[in-house]
Design a binder for this molecule. Structure first.
Ligand SMILES: Nc1ncnc2c1ncn2[C@@H]1O[C@H](COP(=O)(O)OP(=O)(O)OP(=O)(O)O)[C@@H](O)[C@H]1O
Length: 139
């Protein structure tokens, strides 16, 4: 059975470009309930740890620098089949390949600076939520 929880970050590009409100609006319109929400900033160490599965990829250094470069919005979201339905809402990693109407198509700058993160499994959603939020911050 698919879980009801996913984790997202509005990445530094979309925060800097003034898209927090529009992105949260799209998320709400799509039926996701916000369970936790904050404006925060990743340290370099946080970003390295969060993306450590990509440590061997050629873009890892660039990704860590970007993700720690400015404020982000972290959120825990609830919906039926949350991980898959959220990844459909955000669209392909590269905004050039993302479907019309998806968050990345509308708001991302590039394949690296791509506006939003979405968990890729139920297990990672829970790990990522607990990386960013204490239990009492999730409602
Ligand atoms: N070729 C690339 N060049 C630069 N950055 C990249 C590249 N591919 C991926 N990234 C960055 O690394 C992140 C993680 O890559 P991954 O392949 O897991 O994509 P994703 O699952 O769509 O993204 P996310 O994990 O952020 O939801 C991407 O969201 C993007 O910010």
């Amino acid at each position: 059975m698919s879980g009801k929880i996913t984790f997202t970050m509005i990445k530094p590009d979309a925060v800097a470009d003034g898209h927090i409100g529009a992105i949260l609006g799209k998320i709400s319109e799509a039926g996701f309930k916000i369970k936790a929400l904050k404006l925060t900033q990743l340290t370099v160490a946080d970003a390295k740890k969060f993306y450590e599965v990509h440590a061997e990829r050629p873009f890892y250094g660039e990704l860590v620098d970007f993700m720690s470069s400015g404020p982000i919005v972290a959120a825990v979201l609830e919906n039926e089949n949350a991980v898959e339905s959220f990844r459909t809402l955000i669209g392909a990693t590269n905004p050039a390949d993302a479907a019309e109407g998806t968050i990345r198509k509308m708001f991302a700058r590039s394949i690296g600076e791509n506006a939003v993160h979405g968990s890729d499994s139920d297990e990672n959603a829970l790990l990522e939520a607990s990386f960013h939020f204490a239990g009492k911050e999730i409602f």
